[in-house]
Write a protein that binds this ligand. Structure first.
Ligand code: E4P
Length: 218
């Protein structure tokens, strides 16, 4: 399974990339607003750090405007993936962008039928938002299972990019189900590395090392 990092924070991207676990990056307008920097300069900098797919989101609402915006985003760097919101206008734009060889990531997916539409339109990635479904007492991970089943039934090439990930259980379940990608906030990546028995083990080994006779320095 590939890991993308879900952030526009350059420091977080550098740290996670240095850990060797980042295959790509996803951004959205909220993450850019949080980082406090413009889209183009941020995407350029991210692409200079990570050699993998970097999603940049369109904010237009009509298909022709989405296509125009998507073409502009794709020109920023060869690794840019154009993020298009699910919907009738969005799917029209995905069809056109795909025909032009531009990679797309259909965002704000909350149902298997939406994922089916995105695959038929030729999307490179579909982003089902599991955390936001959990937030309204629906089962986000059940949606991932349904989409994977449908895509396998018909051999769709669209990759399932698990989004709105909130915790390590989402990551574990995504990997067990065979999701292609999960995009993780930095705090979830850090949580994956942690275990209380690891911390206790390090503490004990360091304490015991103090009791080991050391050779005198020449
Ligand atoms: C990723 O592409 C999405 O924009 C992101 O995962 C949304 O996460 P959130 O629901 O935590 O905002």
């Amino acid at each position: 399974m590939k890991f993308f990092i879900d952030t526009a924070d350059i420091k977080e991207i550098r740290t996670a990339y240095d850990m060797g676990c980042v295959d790509g990056v996803t951004t959205n307008p909220s993450l850019l607003a949080k980082a406090g920097r413009g889209l183009e300069e941020t995407i350029r900098e991210i692409c200079s750090i990570v050699d993998g797919p970097v999603s940049a989101e369109c904010v237009s609402e009509k298909a022709d405007e989405l296509v125009k915006e998507g073409r502009g985003l794709a020109k920023i760097h060869k690794n840019v993936v154009v993020k298009v919101p699910m919907g009738v206008e969005g799917m029209k734009a995905v069809k056109t962008l795909t025909a032009e060889g531009i990679k797309t990531n259909v965002t704000l997916c909350f149902s298997a039928n939406q994922a089916l539409l995105a695959a038929k339109a030729g999307a490179t990635y579909i982003s089902p938002f599991v955390g936001r479904l959990d937030d309204i007492s629906q089962d986000g991970m059940e949606l991932i299972a349904h989409i994977l089943e449908i895509y396998q039934n018909y051999d769709f090439q669209t990759q399932v990019l698990v989004a709105s990930v909130r915790n390590p259980v989402h990551v574990l379940q995504s990997a067990r189900m065979g999701a292609h990608v999960a995009t993780l906030p930095f705090n979830v990546i850090a949580q994956l590395a942690n275990h209380p028995l690891t911390d206790a083990g390090i503490k004990k080994f360091l304490a015991d090392w103090e009791k080991v006779p050391k050779a005198a320095k020449p």
